[in-house]
Design a protein around this ligand. Structure first.
Ligand code: AMP
Ligand code: GLY
Length: 433
């Protein structure tokens, strides 16, 4: 079958790499894709939120399945757009409809959903501009640090964690009264701060049955030892050494099963990924957030650890027979180290020539923000095209071995302003002693 992947990051490169290995994958298209995805299929310059543009590709290229990478088109209802269009309704879409996508699109919805289905999460309340004064009083009942979440999508910046009450109050004021995140902060969730260690668990579901994918830990801050600004993710490790069978069983019983059953009970047909951001609080799982897509860069370690045919699993999602599909994982570790642009996550320059990709061996260089440009002599040159540039993924029988390969290959790739964290996985080493 012909497949269209929507998105342009390392996640979509990893999907393209894996789907292209399936005997049932005929032609692969990626919109808009990047220099890395162009090695596995045809990139088409259409934005994932340009539904009419996506429709045109689907009809012209005889696409049977659309795999949606990012959350934006899902929250905006791309799956519903397909279902409601006579020419598109035969096409499978991997990713929930707008009702299910609220799990990520509205923090208030997701907290209420968790409350309705008794899924463990931090205690919270939701406030609007009309109830700002109550919100300020509620902050006084909590102890620092404070967790304030803009209800809607805010390009990954909507969670603010002030360390003292005065900052928390002024932040709440900014969000509600001054619309700091525009419409996204017209409602704000304030919740209790959970102390523990974070990890992410990924689930693929057809709305009835599910497969639990490998868990991963990502590294969000720009600086080593988790300092500095939040980024989209600077690296990831899978499996997570402290997420043993007992812990994952708790996650399955207390979170995954109630989530799948809750969606069903509420009449939400959910076909796609559920990304569960968790805090491990003394061995007990609490949900921090749901995302309705795969994580990036977590995908760059999770997908390489899936041995089964991903297209076959996606067909199971589309056809509602995921329970009949075999699912096997690779027991090796996978690690990824993200090479970023100087200045990221703030202002950075694009268009820096990348060299050394051909030197990478025993690692996979998943492109996160790259594009191919014509040089003056009409050759092709891969250049940087984003803050996050390349995710260097490696396997190892130990985490240390995988990391050593990722770091060694990170050194072989060059462009002006390259930066990466050299402490990915460092905090996990204590679990091996
Ligand atoms: P984001 O990925 O932008 O949604 O950032 C959310 C981050 O804020 C999470 O990865 C956690 O590190 C942190 N966070 C969110 N909610 C809580 C909470 N209730 N307690 C502690 N940390 C939290
Ligand atoms: N790496 C976190 C995310 O994809 O949201």
């Amino acid at each position: 079958m012909n497949i269209l992947i929507l998105g342009s990051g390392g996640r979509e490169h990893a999907f393209a790499w894996k789907l292209s290995q399936s005997p049932n994958c005929n032609q692969l298209f990626i919109a808009p894709g990047n220099a890395g995805t162009s090695a596995f299929g045809t990139n088409l310059a259409v934005s994932p939120t340009d539904f009419a543009g996506v429709k045109k590709i689907v009809l012209e290229q005889d696409i049977s399945m659309v795999v949606v990478g990012p959350e934006d088109p899902l929250v905006k209802g791309i799956h519903d757009y397909f279902i409601n269009d006579d020419e598109l309704k035969r096409v499978s879409v991997i990713g929930p409809q707008a009702d299910g996508a609220q799990l990520e699109g509205s923090k208030d919805f997701s907290k209420q959903f968790m409350a309705r289905h008794r899924i463990p999460t931090a205690r919270y309340e939701t406030f609007t501009p009309a109830t700002l004064a109550d919100g300020l009083s509620f902050l006084e009942t909590l102890s620092p640090p404070y967790v304030l979440k803009a209800d809607g999508l805010a390009a990954g910046k909507g969670v603010v964690i002030p360390l003292n009450l005065a900052d928390a109050k002024s932040e709440l004021h900014e969000m509600l009264a001054n619309a700091k995140f525009g419409n996204a902060s017209s409602k704000v969730v304030i919740e209790e701060f959970l102390h523990g260690i974070e990890l992410s668990v990924f689930v693929l579901t057809d709305g009835h049955s599910y497969k639990i994918l490998p868990a991963a830990k990502d590294y969000k801050r720009i600086g080593e030892q988790d300092t500095g600004l939040n980024t989209g993710g600077m690296g990831a490790v899978s499996p997570v050494p402290f997420a043993n069978t007992d812990f994952i069983k708790k996650v399955e019983d207390r979170v995954i099963i109630p989530t799948i059953n809750g969606l069903k009970q509420e009449g939400i047909t959910y076909k796609g990924f559920i990304f569960i951001g968790l805090m491990n609080v003394n061995g007990e799982p609490f949900v921090i957030e749901y995302n309705v897509r795969m994580g990036d860069p977590e995908t760059e370690v999770v997908i390489p650890r899936i041995k089964s045919d991903l297209l076959d699993l996606f067909s199971g999602v589309a056809n509602g027979n995921l329970n009949e599909k075999s699912f096997e994982t690779d027991s090796r570790y996978a690690t990824t180290v993200m090479l970023v642009s100087a200045g990221y996550p703030e202002e950075y320059e694009k268009g820096k020539a990348i060299s050394g990709l051909d030197k990478v061996s025993d690692s996979i260089a998943f492109h996160a923000g790259t594009t191919n440009q014509k040089t003056s002599d009409d050759a092709e040159q891969t250049v940087t095209n984003g803050g996050r540039v390349i995710a260097v993924t490696s396997y190892g029988t130990t985490m240390a071995e995988a990391l050593q390969k990722s770091f060694a290959n990170a050194e072989l790739i060059h462009y002006e302003g390259k930066y990466y964290r050299k402490d990915i996985g460092e905090d996990l080493k204590k679990y091996f002693n």
